[in-house]
Design a protein around this ligand. Structure first.
Ligand code: PRP
Length: 191
């Protein structure tokens, strides 16, 4: 273990202000689940989780939906280990389930530039689903949600660099129970 990397969240100065508490997240996700339960009554959807960031949201959202949903996973990459998008989306892991005639909900943790979503929408629509909607926990204030066709959104957030509840920096912080602002200047430099 790199001695410069904090071994506890409590001692980590890079974890800044709490943007969304555990309670706020839980409450909103229950609302989204209730909405989806109502909207998809009689036609249980297939939830497509976009790895890796959305895995935490997916587990809570799926259990808030009172319908026998199916779940599958897809992985794309555009950011790599950096915090800047490379501008090119790459399919890293494809779905196992056939989407033909299925009611599909794409589950994302965050819509930022919309690049990932545009790519995924094109890819999934080409597979002939009966319907395709997007449910994102977070969206940047700057994101064109209408243009991107995002029907379900948990929270709209400012442009801060955020971590926790699935969102990472170099694969850390995904298991933080809340969403916080990340302060790169306070982060320990790996030695
Ligand atoms: C993040 C996030 C979205 C995407 C959103 O994924 O999970 O998929 O970026 O950004 P965009 O709207 O600008 O395309 P990332 O590539 O960081 O991978 P991860 O989910 O594995 O952390």
């Amino acid at each position: 273990m790199d001695p410069a990397v904090p071994t506890s969240f409590d001692d980590d100065p890079a974890i800044g202000r709490v943007l969304l508490s555990e309670e706020q997240l839980t409450r909103r996700i229950e609302e989204l689940g209730a909405q989806l339960t109502q909207d998809y009554a009689g036609r249980p959807p297939l939830l497509v989780c976009v790895l890796r960031g959305a895995y935490v949201f997916l587990t809570d959202l799926a259990r808030s939906i009172d319908l026998p949903v199916q779940i599958d996973f897809i992985a794309v990459s555009s950011y790599g280990a950096t915090t800047r998008t490379s501008g090119v989306v790459r399919l890293v892991k494809d779905l196992e389930v056939d989407l033909t005639d299925r009611d599909v909900i794409l589950v994302e943790d965050i819509v930022d530039t919309g690049l990932t979503l545009r790519y995924l929408r094109r890819s999934l629509e080409a597979r002939g689903p009966a319907s395709l909607e997007v449910c994102a926990l977070l969206a940047r204030e700057s994101a064109d949600l209408e243009g991107l066709g995002v029907r379900y959104v948990g929270f709209t957030i400012p442009n801060d660099f955020v971590i926790g509840y699935g969102l990472d920096v170099a694969e850390r912080y995904r298991n933080l129970r809340y969403l916080a602002v990340y302060d790169p200047d306070a982060a320990a430099e790996p030695s």
